[in-house]
Design a binder for this molecule. Structure first.
Ligand code: BTN
Length: 321
C-alpha cells in the first residue's frame, strides 16, 4: 500500500489528492489512507495537507543509490567500491567481513537502517531508517598501531569541515570525535582496528550522522544531548550530497596525512575543537578527571592539567563541558 500510495502522488507531482479520491483508487478506507500518510511521514516523506483539497507530496527522501553516489564523486580511492544495504545490524560488522573477503581500501559501506548500531564505550547508536548517514570506510594505511587514533581525529576534521562548508552550520569537535552544534551532538565517529606486532592491518572508520531526524525520532534520554542537521538547518537535507562532499574531503586529508604525517591534521583539529583551554570533566574507564585540556599529542591523546597541577594524558573518555 505504501508503494501504491506513493505512485499516485508521484504520477501527478503537483496535484492535491483528497483522502476520498485516494481511498477510492486504492480501494481502502480513509482511515487507512491517513495511517499510511503518517507512516510515510515517519520515513521522511513530507505532505502538505490543505482542508477540502487534500494532500500533496512536497518532499521525498532520496534512497542511497550507488549510481547517484558515484555520479560526480571526485575521489580516486575512497568510494572505489560502494556496498549499500537496506538494513544491517551494523555497517561496522559488514565492513569487517568485507575485509576478511579481501575488499580494497576505500570500500564504503552504507545502510538505510542499522538494528544494532554501536557507539564508543559500549553505547548504542540510534540509526533509524532513511534518516541519517550510517557509514563505514575501510582503510589500510601503513602506520604503526599506536597512531591509529590519529585517523579518528582526521575523520572528525573531514566531517566538521564538510558540514561547515556545505551547510554553513557552526559545528565544533568535542574530543575525541563528537561533532556538536550548540552543545548538541549531531555526529559520532567510531574507529575499529586490527593489527599485530605494532603494525596496523586495517581500520574501519564508522561515521554516524543524524541528518534528517526530527525531534520525535530521539528517545527521551537524548533530550538536551542530541540533535540533527535537519533540526539545525530547518529543512530536510540531501544525504547523497553530504556523503559525496565528505568522501572528497576525507580523501584529500587522508592523502595529506599519508604524505605529511599528523602535523597538518593536528593544526586543523585544533582550529575546529571546542575542547581545549577550558575547564572540563572527563569520564574515563578509570574514573573522572577534572582540569583544563591544553593540547593533543601525536597519538591523539588529550593532555589535561588537573587542578592539583598534575599533567595527565587521556587516550579515551567522555568529556562533560
Ligand atoms: C559514537 O559517537 O559513540 C560513535 C558512533 C558511531 C556510529 C556509526 S554509524 C555507522 C557505524 N556503524 C556502527 O555500528 N557504528 C558506526
Amino acid at each position: 500500500m505504501n508503494q501504491s500510495l506513493l505512485e499516485l502522488f508521484q504520477n501527478d507531482p503537483e496535484a492535491f489528492l483528497s483522502g476520498e479520491e485516494i481511498s477510492r483508487k486504492l480501494n481502502c478506507s480513509r482511515t487507512a489512507v491517513w495511517k499510511q500518510i503518517q507512516n510515510l511521514r515517519k520515513l521522511g516523506y513530507e505532505f502538505e495537507a490543505v482542508p477540502r483539497k487534500g494532500y500533496r507530496l512536497v518532499y521525498q527522501p532520496a534512497k542511497l543509490d550507488p549510481l547517484k553516489l558515484a555520479d560526480s564523486l571526485q575521489t580516486e580511492m575512497i568510494g572505489s567500491s560502494f556496498r549499500i544495504y537496506d538494513q544491517v545490524d551494523s555497517t561496522q560488522n559488514v565492513a569487517h567481513e568485507l575485509v576478511r573477503q579481501g575488499c580494497p581500501e576505500g570500500t564504503v559501506v552504507l545502510a538505510e537502517e542499522q538494528t544494532s548500531g554501536r557507539g564508543r564505550m559500549g553505547k548504542k547508536w540510534l540509526s533509524p531508517k532513511g534518516k541519517g548517514i550510517w557509514m563505514s570506510i575501510v582503510l589500510k594505511p601503513h602506520i604503526p598501531l599506536k597512531q591509529t587514533s590519529q585517523l579518528t581525529l582526521l575523520t572528525a576534521v573531514a566531517l566538521c569541515r564538510t558540514l561547515r562548508q556545505e551547510l554553513g552550520v557552526a559545528v565544533g569537535i568535542k574530543w575525541p570525535n563528537d561533532l556538536l552544534v550548540d552543545g548538541l551532538k549531531v555526529s559520532g565517529i567510531l574507529l575499529e582496528s586490527s593489527g599485530e606486532d605494532d603494525r596496523l592491518n586495517y581500520v574501519v572508520a564508522g561515521i554516524g550522522i543524524s541528518v534528517n531526524m526530527e525531534a520525535d525520532d530521539f528517545p527521551e534520554e537524548l533530550d538536551g544531548k542530541a540533535t540533527s542537521l535537519r533540526i539545525v538547518c530547518g529543512r530536510p537535507l540531501d544525504r547523497i550530497q553530504i556523503i559525496r562532499r565528505f568522501l572528497e574531503k576525507f580523501e584529500e586529508l587522508y592523502l595529506l596525512y599519508l604524505q605529511q604525517g599528523f602535523s597538518p591534521i593536528r593544526t586543523l583539529w585544533e582550529a575546529l575543537t571546542i575542547s581545549l583551554n577550558r575547564p572540563l570533566r572527563v569520564k574515563t574507564y578509570n574514573g573522572w578527571v577534572e582540569g583544563t585540556a591544553e593540547s593533543i599529542d601525536d597519538n591523539g591523546a588529550l593532555t589535561v592539567k588537573t587542578r592539583d597541577g598534575e599533567t595527565m594524558k587521556l587516550y579515551s573518555g567522555d568529556i562533560q563541558l
